[in-house]
Ligand binder design. Structure first.
Ligand code: URP
Ligand code: ZN
Ligand code: ZN
Length: 458
């Protein structure tokens, strides 16, 4: 006897769409076939797509940043995630000066134990190697604990998060030896600071100058530098939140040359351009890297469709409207980051619905590829034996995004007013219904920590 059968849907997995029933037992996919029978619960998915839950490989929940803390903690952030069809999040645990990697992650994991509404993993963000670079000796222990990817920041000097090139290369080398994938935020900090200094002198500090302080070449140079170092020491590299046409070209060239370089972008770079910073609410869009010009947006759209971009993630990092307003006359005072955890999968699926990408491609970008790259063997597809993280998507359901119909603790969203055709109607987390037609119906704390495997995609 199965626990759940999802009947009559179009199942998207492994690059194809097939009409098949899905059977679930003990939280796992237990059967795939025509006319399955014999379950406690039957969900009719006629006219719906049946998809693996999204794996959002980039979030910042309960993160102290920019003089405050992100508006979503683990409870509200993961609640919002499942309401948008995301069943796994990868949060960034920031290791601070003197702190250990496992110690940092353990503290975050404790918070999740009572709060998480979906499954979760952590990337550690390395900001300091400690005395005698002792942190390098902790990489093995971190991998054994299931932390098999680290983020490094080439920016955020004054926030104390930036690492220099020398440290970056040391981290790459040690990561390669220990099966860890390095994620990099690539922007050139000195050029940004020089631009800000000039704008301050000329008294031009409104939101649009945030973009002008970090134009396309600022990311392009850093992406090239990061790839150069990774290729030189033959370490794999994952570039987070890629936003510029030059960065896309650099990643493309590296892949062509056979380097293990992976690229992530975010829905906001696919939808918006730097024009958003000219809007009266421009500060709300301040994030780093900023939205760029139309050439970058178009190059990213093409790269998403063509296969050059490996993953789409949110970089969910929301701040309250009043906090974003801190920078209305001086953009450097606005905490960087925007909301997206609940809108990513609906947005990417709406591209599939509109024929801009295929459904299998949307699933590959948002679920299968991040699960594979980051060592989550039970996630990312609808195969027998995988976790039954399942989304029913109604391609006809109209939905207009508004802060009021999101499930986050944020009080605004950069996606306000976006009209989507198609929306998730049910989300199952390991076979249990957690989202039902607009309502969160799960229990906080039921999300589980994912102990990840070492990187092995080379
Ligand atoms: O503006 C952003 N992206 N804030 C979050 C931190 C980061 O750089 O990912
Ligand atoms: Zn970043
Ligand atoms: Zn981020």
């Amino acid at each position: 006897m199965l626990d759940l059968i999802i009947k009559n849907g179009k199942v998207v997995s492994d690059g194809s769409v097939v009409s098949v029933d899905v059977g679930v037992k003990n939280g796992k996919i237990a059967a795939l076939g025509a006319n399955l029978n014999g379950a406690e619960t039957v969900a009719d998915a006629r006219d719906f797509y049946v998809l693996p839950g999204a794996v959002d490989a980039h979030t910042h929940l309960a993160m102290p940043f920019g003089g405050t803390v992100t508006a979503d903690g683990y409870l509200s952030g993961t609640r919002a995630a499942v309401c948008g069809g995301t069943t796994t999040v990868f949060d960034y645990a920031i290791q601070r000066k003197g702190g250990g990697i496992v110690e940092t992650v353990k503290k975050r994991r404790e918070m999740c134990e009572t709060e998480a509404c979906c499954d979760y993993a952590f990337h550690a963000a390395i900001t300091d190697l400690g005395e005698s670079e002792s942190l390098l000796d902790e990489f093995d222990a971190a991998a054994a604990y299931g932390i098999t990817s680290f983020k490094t920041f080439m920016v955020y000097k004054k926030e104390g998060m930036m690492i220099g090139d020398g440290m970056f290369v040391k981290i790459l080398k040690r990561a390669k030896e220990t099966g860890i994938l390095i994620n990099v935020h690539a922007e050139n900090p000195d050029v940004i600071d020089a631009n800000i200094e000039d704008f301050r002198k000329s008294g031009t500090m409104t939101a649009y100058y945030h973009y002008l302080s970090r134009p396309e070449f600022v990311e392009e140079e850093a992406v090239k530098r990061a790839i150069h170092f990774a290729a030189a020491v033959r370490a794999p590299l994952y570039i987070v939140h890629l936003a510029s046409v030059g960065g896309v070209k650099a990643a493309e060239a590296a892949k062509r040359d056979g380097h293990s370089v992976y690229a992530e972008t975010c829905p906001h770079y696919l939808e918006y351009t730097s024009d958003v910073y000219k809007r009266p609410d421009g500060v709300n869009f301040i994030c780093s890297p900023p939205m760029k010009g139309p050439k970058s947006r178009d190059a990213l759209r093409k790269a998403v469709a063509d296969g050059l971009i490996d993953t789409v993630a949110t970089d969910h990092c929301p701040f309250k409207r009043s906090e974003k307003e801190w920078g209305k006359d001086d953009f450097t005072k606005t905490p960087n980051g925007c909301a997206g955890i609940e809108t990513m999968y609906p947005y990417m699926l709406s591209l599939a619905n509109a024929g801009k990408i295929s459904y299998p491609r949307a699933v590959e970008l948002c679920s299968t590829a991040p699960a594979r790259l980051f060592g989550c063997k039970d996630k990312g597809g609808l195969h027998i034996g995988k976790d039954a993280d399942i989304v029913l998507y109604d391609p006809k359901k109209p939905f207009t995004v508004s802060a009021g119909n999101m499930h986050s603790d944020g009080d605004h969203t950069i996606w306000e007013g976006l009209r989507l055709k198609g929306y998730p109607v049910k989300t199952f987390l390991r076979g249990k219904l957690v989202y039902d037609n607009g309502e969160y119906v799960g229990v906080p704390g039921e999300g589980k920590y994912i102990k990840r495997a070492k990187f092995s995609c080379q």
